[in-house]
Structure formats: structure tokens, C-alpha cells
Design a protein around this ligand. Structure first.
Ligand code: KIV
Ligand code: NA
Length: 264
């Protein structure tokens, strides 16, 4: 079918329709989510934790994310594919942001990029948009700033709600096509969503945002550890895989596999 474009997301907002977004880091999930009708796939820097085994998103590099981005763009026929700009690859200057995004668009064939931060990164967003790169913003709890924010904590409570709205407005003004709101009170997210013309995408931001995003490994239960309160687990893939691996191991040890029908 036809590729999802940023103006389609804008139309959904104008019609008051909510839409889903999932992370994807490889061919199978990109194909499956694309065919399931997920209109936007994010090659998140959460690949740091979910592909590479890092303890946070900070260590992952552009060179590590590019092949994952290319796998997803090769595999999704319809979804708009957004690539996360990792920590340290855009904060330095608008020029650095354009150079990094250029690699994600040329080598990764991404359709858009996402970066974290508010009004202080408006120059980056503006430069990218002028260079032809659609930009998704990311506000609230921004994992790349974990150490400055003092850990995983809800942002935008009380007086901070006005700051959140000012940052969201600055991103819209700079030309962003959407803004992720992570771990903010539902009421603050509702206000930002109502005030902005561009769509908001919530994660731990309550029910009033235009879109909802989850990390696919959390959503599908690949993650065996504890997950955040805002995650809903729609499957137990981790459990299913552990069972499959255990059954395979038992069959090999007992001689049940391979059987005659698996042999030449
Ligand atoms: O990297 C990621 O998975 C994200 C989403 C949580 C929005 O940035
Ligand atoms: Na991210």
C-alpha cells in the first residue's frame, strides 16, 4: 500500500483519531508490525538496551543504529520509519545534527529522525527541517538526560507543566512534525496535545495524546525483568521462546529430534 507520510499523521489529529507507534530494530518485527497496520515505526536508541545489551541508551552509537535502521526500512513497506539520533550525535550544533541525520537518511533510508530536548534544540530542529529532514521531538522524561534528571522520574508536574508546554511550542515553531511526551502527568499531556497543532505521541503520558508508543520488547514480553508502570504486556514472547528453546534442548538430549521426517 501507500507509504504513510507526515501529513497523514496531521490529518489523523485533525480528525481526532489516535494512532499506534512501536519500536522496531530488525526485519521480522518491521514486517510483522507493518502488516499489522502500525503506521509509524521507531528505530529507537532503546536498541541500546534491547539489542546491544547496554544498561542505558547513552552508549549506543550512530554506527550501531544505522544497520538496524536499514533493516527496518528494507522491511516495512507502508510504515513511516523514524530513526532516533543517539546521545552525542546532535547536541553539539545544528551542523552536527544535519550531518548525523544525513547518515540516517542516506545510509539508513530513514524517513524522519527523532531527537530529545526542547527549546534549546530548536536551532537543530530548524536546520534539519530546512535540510529536508522531518523531525519528531521528545519531551518529558528524556532517557539521554537520565543523569541530569536524576533517574527515571515523571517530568512536567506542577510548575514544570508550563515549561513542558513552552518546549513543545518551541519544537512546533521550529518545524517538528510531532512530539513524543514521555512520563508526564496525563493532564499535562492533555494540555500540550490540545495546544499544539502537530500530533503528540505519549508513553507513560495518559490517554489524551494523539498517538501512543511502546517499546516492542516491553509490549510483547520479551523483557523478562520488571517493566515500567506505563507498559501493557500484550504477549509473553519471552516465555514462549524460553519454552521453545527448552523443548528443543530436551528433544535433542532425548533423541526425539530430528525424527525421520526431518531427515534425508
Ligand atoms: O528509544 C525509544 O524507544 C524511544 C521511545 C520510548 C519513544 O525513544
Ligand atoms: Na529513544
Amino acid at each position: 500500500g501507500r507509504r504513510v507520510r507526515i501529513h497523514h499523521l496531521q490529518q489523523l489529529k485533525e480528525r481526532g483519531e489516535t494512532w499506534p507507534m512501536l519500536t522496531s530494530y530488525d526485519m521480522y518485527t518491521a514486517q510483522i508490525f507493518d502488516r499489522a497496520g502500525i503506521p509509524v515505526l521507531l528505530v529507537g536508541d532503546s536498541a541500546a538496551n534491547n539489542v546491544y545489551g547496554y544498561e542505558s541508551s547513552l552508549p549506543v552509537t550512530v554506527d550501531e543504529l544505522l544497520p538496524l535502521t536499514r533493516a527496518v526500512t528494507r522491511s516495512a513497506e507502508r510504515a513511516l520509519v523514524v530513526a532516533d539520533l543517539p546521545f552525542g550525535s546532535y547536541q553539539g550544533s545544528p551542523e552536527q545534527a544535519v550531518a548525523t541525520a544525513g547518515r540516517f537518511m542516506k545510509e539508513g533510508r530513514a524517513h524522519a529522525v527523532k531527537l530529545e530536548g526542547g527549546r534549546h534544540f530548536a536551532p537543530q530542529v530548524e536546520a534539519l527541517v530546512h535540510a529536508g529532514v522531518p523531525v519528531m521531538g521528545h519531551l518529558g522524561f528524556t532517557p539521554q538526560s537520565e543523569h541530569r534528571l536524576g533517574g527515571y522520574r515523571v517530568q512536567g508536574r506542577g510548575d514544570q507543566a508550563a515549561e513542558l508546554l513552552a518546549d513543545a511550542r518551541a519544537l512546533q515553531e521550529a518545524g517538528a512534525f510531532a512530539v513524543v511526551l514521555e512520563m508526564v502527568p496525563a493532564e499535562a499531556a492533555r494540555e500540550v496535545t490540545a495546544e499544539l497543532d502537530i500530533p503528540t505521541v505519549g508513553i507513560g503520558a495518559g490517554p489524551h495524546t494523539d498517538g501512543q508508543v511502546l517499546v516492542w520488547t516491553d509490549m510483547a514480553g520479551m523483557n523478562t525483568g520488571s517493566t515500567a508502570r506505563f507498559v501493557k504486556k500484550y504477549a509473553d514472547l519471552g516465555g514462549a521462546l524460553a519454552e521453545a528453546a527448552g523443548d528443543f534442548a530436551a528433544d535433542v538430549r532425548s533423541g526425539k529430534f530430528p525424527a525421520a521426517e526431518h531427515s534425508f
